[in-house]
Design a protein around this ligand. Structure first.
Ligand code: ZN
Length: 478
């Protein structure tokens, strides 16, 4: 439209963009937004912590909502290993053209103490454009969004081209009854799918409110703790000897500090960096291109590795996190011990990393052990590893690109590897490639999951509801 009066074109833009938005949001969207919000509030106000809460209460509440929405009893299961840790699984039947898709979300939340918070963490509070409460961003928001989306699809009589299974589960954050693990081991038939969508990660990363990229976690590193122990007969500190447990441990730690695990990319981190080239400064883009070559330019790898996130994306990392030793100010130490925390690239088992640490330490007097979750020290790690991801699936990324272009024009969709861990560790291990996808926007400076005053933006949640319907429909229709 040709106009030399700026306010006229501004006015036109406003009216035009409002009407485009209005077109995209049919009345059903408003109803779904409202339903999602009701479910969100309900879930936040059911305490699902491991200490005093009940995941079963939340699972039953969701089962009732599915029944009320017309899902037959046969398609809703509430089941688990004990009374407090039941999971809910619901299925929307499709035409059977493709194998099912499994949606997963954990219902449990991290502990929260009233005295640490500004508001009551188990009350759903709307304030200053945000919803507050434990689980508002991790991840009762996602549970509410997925549930409301499925209910909307059921009410619309939508027949997807594959079954859509939604499993909402216990003990992702802690506890000993992980629901995804339990369901796969005990009810594989209920959860069997071609691939998995997890709402517990990914999303629209923003910089001071401005969307920058749509992130999709499509691979995970493995967490592992190892313990170095130096021992010595000890003695009187007035008569020091060359052998000293503290010095020996200190030398071992220095060797670990100086060691870099090998550079390695997998199909997801490669795709991540190929996209990063487009966003990078010219200098960084040149290094990224050199790093992506076969064979890689190792000078470029070294320069990039100075950044902690790049370093962690391209290498297994092991770092000293705790230290103890000695028993008296006037005695030679009989023991010195350090915890080494590792974040291990897909495909590498725990025992391989323990052996690597042993080699790096290079001192037979220092014991290198694996620390189990239960804090028991073992002389060997297991062969547990996180799974090398397949290349990004087109049947997930193509529909995603389409919805992102519509809702956040111009931002790239970037698959990445999470340096943390989610329930995807179980689904990936079961041979179901897992993608963390969410349409919620979060600011890179305002991540409060697990912390105090956890929150999500009101607008971010509402758009997350709109997004999920469009995305899930794209994934389940031709
Ligand atoms: Zn989570």
């Amino acid at each position: 439209m040709g106009s030399n009066k700026p306010w006229v074109s501004l006015f036109f833009c406003l009216v035009f963009s409002l009407s485009v938005q209005a077109q995209q949001l049919s009345p059903a969207d408003q109803a779904t937004r409202k339903l999602a919000l009701e479910i969100f509030k309900q879930l936040i106000e059911i305490n699902t912590t491991d200490s005093v809460g009940s995941v079963t209460v939340a699972a039953e509440a969701m089962a009732k909502r599915f029944r009320d929405a017309g899902f037959p009893d046969a398609d809703i299961q509430v089941l688990g290993p004990n009374d407090r840790k039941k999971n809910v699984v619901v299925r929307l039947h499709g035409s059977g053209k493709h194998k099912p898709v499994l949606l997963i979300g954990h219902l449990d939340v991290v502990e929260a103490r009233r005295e640490d918070w500004t508001t009551d963490p188990f009350q759903f509070v709307e304030k200053d454009g945000y919803y507050y409460g434990r689980g508002t961003s991790d991840m009762k928001d996602g549970d509410a969004i997925m549930s409301a989306t499925l209910i909307r699809m059921k009410k619309e009589g939508y027949i997807p081209d594959r079954d859509i299974i939604l499993a909402m589960t216990a003990d992702e954050e802690g506890g000993t009854s992980n629901g995804v693990d339990w369901l796969i081991k005990n009810h594989r038939e209920l959860t069997d799918a071609e691939f998995v969508l997890n709402h517990d990660g990914g999303g629209v990363l923003a910089d001071h409110g401005k969307p920058v990229m749509m992130e999709v976690n499509a691979a995970e590193k493995l967490y592992g703790d190892f313990v170095l122990t130096a021992t010595n007969p000890g003695g009187h500190s007035s008569l020091p000897r060359p052998e000293n447990a503290i010095y020996e441990l200190a030398d071992a730690l220095t060797r670990i500090q100086q060691y870099q695990f090998p550079f390695e990319l997998n199909p997801i981190t490669r795709a991540y960096y190929e996209q990063q080239v487009k966003l990078a400064t010219p200098e960084r883009a040149a290094d990224l291109k050199a790093m992506l070559k076969t064979p890689p330019d190792m000078d470029a790898v070294a320069r990039l590795s100075k950044d902690p996130l790049d370093n962690s994306t391209m290498h297994t990392t092991c770092v000293a996190t705790r230290l103890s030793g000695g028993h008296a100010n006037n005695a030679l130490p009989q023991m010195a011990q350090a915890n080494i925390n590792c974040r291990i690239l897909p495909g590498h088992p725990l025992e391989e990393i323990r052996l690597a640490l042993e080699r790096v330490v290079g001192d037979p007097k220092i014991k290198v052990q694996f620390r189990e979750n239960t804090n028991v020290l073992l002389d060997h790690g297991s062969d547990r590893h996180s799974y090398v991801p397949p290349p990004p699936r087109k049947d997930v990324f193509d529909p995603l690109e389409k919805v992102v272009a519509q809702m956040w024009p111009g931002i790239p969709v970037i698959p990445n590897m999470s340096t943390g861990a989610s329930d995807g560790v179980y689904t990936n291990a079961a041979g179901m490639p897992t993608y963390c996808v969410s349409g919620e926007q979060y600011d890179r400076d305002d991540i409060r999951a697990h912390g105090k005053d956890e929150r999500i933006g009101v607008e971010s949640f509402a758009r997350g509801v709109d997004f999920y319907y469009l995305f899930l429909k794209g994934v389940t229709s031709e």
